[in-house]
Design a protein around this ligand. Structure first.
Ligand code: ATP
Length: 219
C-alpha cells in the first residue's frame, strides 16, 4: 500500500551545496515552513552548481550529512533529485519535475536568499521561474532592492507583501520576507575544520560525528 503525501498546503524548495549543512540552513527552513504554512520544505543538494566552484565533499557525503541533520524534523525532507540527474543542474528543471509530482494547483515556493534574488537574471531562463513557482526571498534586516534594471522590474511586476497572497495560487508571486539569518556559513565551517577548531553548535552533532568519521574538510 502506498500512502500519498498531502501537499495541499504547499511545498517549498531550498537548494544549496550543503557543504556541509549548518544551523543557518536548518533554522531558516524551519522558520520559512512555519511562516508560509507549507506542508513540507525540500532541501535539495546541488550536484554541479552552474554559478560557483565545485563543492569540497562528494555528493554522497553532502546528502548523507543532510539526511542526518533532518532526521528528527518532520516537514523538512532531503531531496536528491539533482544528484541523480545527468549534466548541469538547473532550478527550472527541478521546479518542472516537482510541479509534475504535486499537481498544477498546489503552491510551490522557491526559497532563496536576498543575494540570489538580486542576481536572478544570472539563472538559466530566469523569467520562467515564476511560471512554475512563487519565489520567497529571505532577507536580513536592513535589506534593500537593487537600484534599477531588469531584476527590479521583474520584482515589481510579481511582488506581494503578504504571505496569504501566495496561498491562493500555485505560482507567479515574489515575497520578500525579513528573517534573522544566523551568521554562519559553510565556508566558515570548512575553514574552522581546516584550522582544527571546534564547530560544535554550528552543525548538528550527528553531522559532526559524520565529518569526523569520514575525515572530511581536513587536508
Ligand atoms: P558556502 O559558504 O559554501 O557558500 P553557504 O553556507 O552559503 O555555503 P549554501 O549551501 O551555499 O550555504 O547555501 C544554500 C542556501 O542557504 C542559499 O540560498 C543561501 O543563501 C542560504 N544560506 C546560507 N547561509 C545561510 C544562513 N546562515 N542562514 C540562512 N540561509 C543561509
Amino acid at each position: 500500500m502506498s500512502l500519498k503525501t498531502d501537499y495541499s498546503k504547499g511545498v517549498g524548495i531550498f537548494g544549496g551545496t550543503f557543504d556541509p549543512v549548518h544551523i543557518g540552513h536548518l533554522r531558516t527552513s524551519v522558520e520559512l515552513r512555519k511562516i508560509l504554512g507549507l506542508s513540507e520544505i525540500r532541501l535539495i543538494p546541488n550536484a554541479n552548481p552552474p554559478h560557483r566552484i565545485q563543492p569540497e565533499a562528494t555528493a554522497k557525503h553532502r546528502l548523507a550529512m543532510l539526511k542526518l541533520a533532518l532526521e528528527n524534523e518532520p516537514g523538512l525532507v532531503a531531496d536528491d533529485r539533482e544528484l541523480r540527474r545527468e549534466g548541469l543542474s538547473y532550478t527550472l528543471d527541478t521546479l518542472a519535475e516537482i510541479r509534475a509530482e504535486i499537481g498544477a494547483e498546489t503552491p510551490l515556493c522557491l526559497c532563496i536568499g536576498m543575494d540570489s534574488l538580486v542576481n536572478l537574471n544570472q539563472w538559466h531562463r530566469w523569467r520562467e521561474l515564476t511560471d512554475l513557482a512563487h519565489i520567497v526571498a529571505a532577507a536580513r534586516p536592513g535589506w534593500h532592492l537593487p537600484q534599477g534594471g531588469e531584476v527590479l522590474e521583474f520584482i515589481h511586476a510579481h511582488r506581494v507583501t503578504d504571505k496569504e497572497q501566495l496561498q491562493g495560487q500555485p505560482a507567479g508571486k515574489i515575497l520578500i520576507r525579513e528573517l534573522t539569518l544566523l551568521p554562519v556559513s559553510a565556508t566558515g565551517i570548512r575553514q574552522a575544520l581546516q584550522r582544527g577548531e571546534s564547530i560544535r553548535y554550528l552543525v548538528p552533532d550527528k553531522v559532526i560525528d559524520y565529518i569526523r568519521q569520514h575525515q572530511l574538510y581536513s587536508d
